[in-house]
Structures are given as C-alpha cells and as structure tokens.
Design a protein around this ligand. Structure first.
Ligand code: A1D88
Ligand code: NDP
Length: 445
C-alpha cells in the first residue's frame, strides 16, 4: 500500500507505473458484520449507535471483472445511507447483497458475511478490467454511486430505471469507506483539480441527487425565479440544493434548526431562512394527528419571506414529520419532489390540497451517469462548491456516522482513507485561490 501511496503523491508516476505495481492481498475497510444484524433489536432508532456496528477490518482485494475498476481511495465521505446500513434500518443491507449475489457468477462476489460500505470516493485508478477503454491506471477520479447492469431495455432512456439499478456501497459490496474500492468504470468521473482529496470526495452522492431532484427534467425541473422550499438547507442534500437554487436564479427558502445553520445559509447567499427550532413548528399534535394550523402558520411565514408568494417547489427528504406541511404550502400547480423519509416513510397529507390545487408529488432517487457528470462538472468549474465541515480518519468512521445520525454535523463529513493528511491532491492552485472562501465556508462551524 505504501508503494501505491508514494506513487500517487509523487505526481510523476505514469499510467504504466501504476499498471505494473503489485496490488496488496488485503486492505483496510469499514464494514458491518452479517452476524450482528440483530444487535440493535428492540432499541429506538436514535439509540442505535454506529460506533458499535461499524468495524475497521482487513479484507481481501476482490477479483476484478469486465467493465470494472479497482481504485485506490484517498478519501471518502459519510452519507446517510451508511447511517442506515450501520443501524440496519429500514432493512439490513445484507438482503441486498444476497439478492445481487443471485444474479450472476460475477455478482456472487458481493454476497459476503461482511459489507464494505461507502458511496463516495476520490482516488486513483489502479487496474481496469476487460472492456474498459475510457479510463486508465493512474487517472485521478471521483466515483458516483449508480451501479447498473443495463441488460434490460428498461434502463436505456434513463439508467436510474434499470431493473438492476443499485447504489454502490449500499446495495453492493466493496464501497468507498476503504483503502481500495471496486466500481464499474461507468461510475468514474474526473476529479476536480482545484480540490483536495477529501473535498473532492464529499459532494458526489448528495450533489448528484440534489441535481436530479431539483434541476433535472427528471426531477422538479427548476427554473429562474422559482421559490424553492429547502428542508435541511445546510445538511448534505440541502447545502447543494441551496447552491443550485441560487446559481439557477431561483429563490431558496431555507429551513434549518439553529442560528449557526441559518448563518451558513446566509453566507451561501440565501436571504429567506427559517429556523424551525426557534419558531417552534409542531406539525404533529401527537403520533397520529397533524395540526393544520401549524401548516398554515408555516405557510404564512413563507409568504412573509417571499412578499406574499407560495413555493413552486418543495425539496423534500425529512418525510413523515414534514410532508403534510410540504404539500400544504406548495403553490397551485407546484411540485413536491421527494427522495427520502428520514423521520418515517409512512407519510400522511391532506389530499384535497393536492388534487384541488393540481400539485404533483415527484419521486426522485440518486441520478443517472449524465446527471452525475453534469453535477460534477459544476463542481469542477467552481460554480458549485463542496460543503465539507469536518474530516475524520478511517478509524473514526463510527464517530463520523454517529455525528450524522444525531444531526450534530453541518454540510458533509469527510473521511481520509489512504490520504495521510488533509489538503493533499490539489492540482490547480490558481483556480482554488479564486474560490477558497466558498470552498471553506462550512469548515469548523
Ligand atoms: C443514493 C442514496 C440513497 C439513499 O440514501 S435512499 C435512503 C436509504 N434507502 C432506503 O431506506 C431504502 C431501503 N430499501 C427498502 O426498504 C426496500 O428495498 C424497498 C421497500 C424499497 C423494497 O422492498 P423489497 O422487499 O426489497 O422489494 P419488493 O419490490 O417489495 O420485492 C419483494 C417481492 O415482491 C415482488 N413484487 C414487487 N412488486 C410487485 C407487484 N407490483 N406485484 C406483485 N409482486 C411484486 C418482487 O418481485 C419480489 O419478489 P421476489 O421476492 O419473489 O423476488
Ligand atoms: N434517494 C436518494 O438518492 C438519496 C436519499 N438521501 C436520504 O435523504 C436524507 C437526508 O440526507 P442528507 O441530506 O445527506 O442528510 P443530513 O443529515 O446531512 O441532512 C438532513 C437535514 O435534514 C434536516 N432534518 C432532519 N430531520 C428533520 C425533521 N424531522 N424535520 C425537518 N428537518 C429535518 C436536518 O436539518 P436541520 O436540523 O437544520 O433542519 C438535517 O441537517 C437521508 O434519509 C438520506 O438517506 C440522501 C441522498 C440521496
């Protein structure tokens, strides 16, 4: 592993040097264990502690198949899907690995008693499998997390619709929270050259998801002037949704839960910010009954901030707790676009406000390769910036996931894999200097 790291850091090693390098037999990776799937049975979600279920193990390097690449991972990031895996909710991810394992001889590799998690990476290609022509050993890359087989016609208009669509490092094995990762080569994209490894590794999953959900015609198709209500506007998804709204000439109405988070939204350029904690919205009277008066109070507050307008788009992901309010506050003909249900997946809303006002609920999930590429291109051009707040070592991934589970973080939390320290891997200092304040905006707040 030292030889690989030295070659990466030398910046002079050629593709041939990387290709000639002997791969190690094993590498360090963050895993959950199949025999621990029931370890949190009977506990409340918030009491399930990722620090207990996430392990740092030595694992063998997987066999490389056609169309695949092995990547030396310099840095990765924590996504909420890794939190779900670590608390075995809403389902254990070993079920996904078993199902994938039944597909083919090659996919059997994924069905193991351990699951190497992680759906982001920045690093360097070490080996490519047969049929890979677009990428070579030595390429500096980031990887998006869409894994598709594309054997059926269903996915050929929009690869997210492939029946064998999976999220790498969540529904597949050999993820990015590790020193080496196995990806399909059509997950690879160029690493933005003005960013460090950990900065480059942090936007991938959430940036691509927010792009499809808000900007793409497959999602809400946001346009100039739209009022966009963004839940968790300084969180993983929300910090990119806020940037897309601002960059696209829309008007974000950012919802957050503390003055510090409100300040971050203002620093990004948002003017309309709601501190849901300070304003004390309580959309549910009790476990079974919502309070429409609270929806209305929330809607009035939005109208105050917009000069009397309602929202064209709601960027939804908290789910059960907020969904009734989201449907209510959307303007006539507007769109509620949802990609998650962090607070519960059985949503309730008053359907009269949907059909009578011709609103639409749109489901959105990750992004196809083209959408992920376009989202990464905006990062590379310095139009959208990473929102990295804190960086942990691979050993500390349990704590990093705990922070995200408990909503103690801002923006994105990074993890160093092979990178020995932060700040390495920047290739274009001039471009970096132009954007340095925006790149550091979420740091240590
Ligand atoms: C990029 C980051 C993203 C995120 O962070 S997202 C947030 C994290 N992700 C999640 O929380 C999602 C976790 N996933 C799940 O909870 C489950 O994954 C699903 C609920 C999404 C699906 O459940 P399942 O049981 O895996 O799938 P079924 O479709 O219900 O399949 C079970 C059997 O039911 C059959 N079936 C499906 N649709 C129908 C139908 N319309 N009529 C009759 N049968 C149906 C199937 O074929 C299959 O059958 P057979 O077991 O024999 O293979
Ligand atoms: N389908 C897909 O492709 C994807 C789905 N997801 C899912 O989206 C969800 C969010 O992910 P991500 O943004 O990375 O997570 P983060 O935890 O980084 O951010 C979510 C933010 O949502 C806000 N929030 C949390 N709970 C509530 C609540 N009950 N009511 C209102 N606001 C709430 C919090 O902000 P504050 O406290 O400031 O209000 C929090 O910062 C997760 O469930 C994740 O699995 C994520 C990426 C892709």
């Amino acid at each position: 592993m030292k030889e690989i790291l030295d070659a990466i850091q030398s910046q002079t090693a050629t593709s041939a040097d990387f290709a000639a390098m002997k791969l190690p037999d094993s590498y360090r990776a963050i895993t959950v264990h199949k025999d621990e799937q029931e370890m949190f049975a009977g506990l409340e979600s918030r009491d399930k502690d990722p620090r207990k279920s996430l392990h740092l193990d030595d694992v063998p390097v997987p066999e490389l198949g056609p169309g695949e690449a092995l990547v030396a991972v310099m840095a990765s990031s924590v996504n909420y899907n890794s939190v779900w895996t670590s608390i075995f909710e809403p389902v254990s991810t070993f079920g996904f690995l078993e199902r994938y394992g039944r597909l083919s001889e090659l996919s059997k590799r994924h069905d193991l008693p351990y699951h190497i998690i992680g759906s982001d990476l920045a690093g360097v290609v070490l080996r490519t499998g047969p049929g890979v022509n677009a990428w070579n050993a030595g390429d500096e890359v980031v990887a998006h997390c869409l894994s598709v087989e594309l054997e059926s016609s269903d996915g050929h208009n929009d690869t997210m619709l492939d029946p064998e669509q999976r999220i790498w490092g969540f529904e597949t094995n050999f993820g990015g929270l590790a020193e080496i990762a196995l990806v399909k080569s059509n997950q690879l994209m160029p690493k933005p050259d003005h960013l460090s490894w950990e900065e480059a590794a942090s936007p991938g999953l959430v940036n691509s998801t927010a792009y499809r959900q808000l900007v793409s015609q497959n999602g809400a198709g946001m346009k100039q002037g739209d009022n966009v209500l963004i839940w968790g506007a300084s969180g993983g998804l929300g910090s990119y949704a806020t940037q897309f709204a601002l960059a696209g000439g829309a008007n974000p109405i950012c919802v957050v839960s503390s003055p510090e988070k409100a300040d971050i939204c203002r620093a990004m350029g948002a003017e309309a910010v709601i501190d849901r904690n300070a304003e004390g919205y309580k959309f549910w009277k009790n476990e079974h009954e919502q309070d429409p008066r609270e929806w209305k109070r929330f809607g009035k507050r939005i109208r105050e901030l917009t000069g009397g307008e309602d929202v064209d788009i709601v960027f939804e992901h908290p789910g059960r707790e907020t969904f009734g309010a989201s449907v209510y506050v959307t303007r006539k003909g507007g769109t509620i676009v949802t990609c998650a249900s962090t607070s519960g997946y059985n949503h309730e809303y008053d359907n009269r406000y949907l059909w009578m006002s011709l609103k639409r609920i749109v489901g959105s999930h990750f992004a196809n390769y083209r959408e992920a590429w376009e989202a990464n291109r905006l990062i590379a051009k310095g139009k959208i910036h990473p929102t990295l707040s804190k960086v942990y070592s691979l050993e500390e991934t349990g704590q990093a996931a705990y922070d995200v589970h408990r909503n103690l973080h801002q923006g994105k939390v990074g993890v160093l894999a092979l990178a020995p320290e932060e700040g390495l891997g920047v290739r274009d200092q001039e471009k970096r200097a132009q954007h340095i304040d925006a790149i550091n905006r979420f740091r240590n707040v």
